[in-house]
Design a protein. Sequence first.
Length: 94
Amino acid sequence: MEILKERYSITELSEILGISDHALRFYEKEFGLHIPKDERGRRYYTADLANLMYKIKVMRSEGLEIKAIKKILKEDCLIQPHQSLSPSIVPQDT
């Protein structure tokens, strides 16, 4: 996925990925992602998070189950095991 902006609103990202806002919030919860919020309390997705959501979407569309995706993302060090109250993604060098 080509990232054109530094941040995306939940609506923008859901439109780009072709999935619902609900799906993004579900992935946030299921994968223990810390999605930052702006000064008005609205979620925004950084380039790293947008790319991660894209990878999750692709794997889901290929038929992988959430459990398998979690394992892959942990092995690739894209998400951290649930060790803290606010787990987050591991930033990738680009």
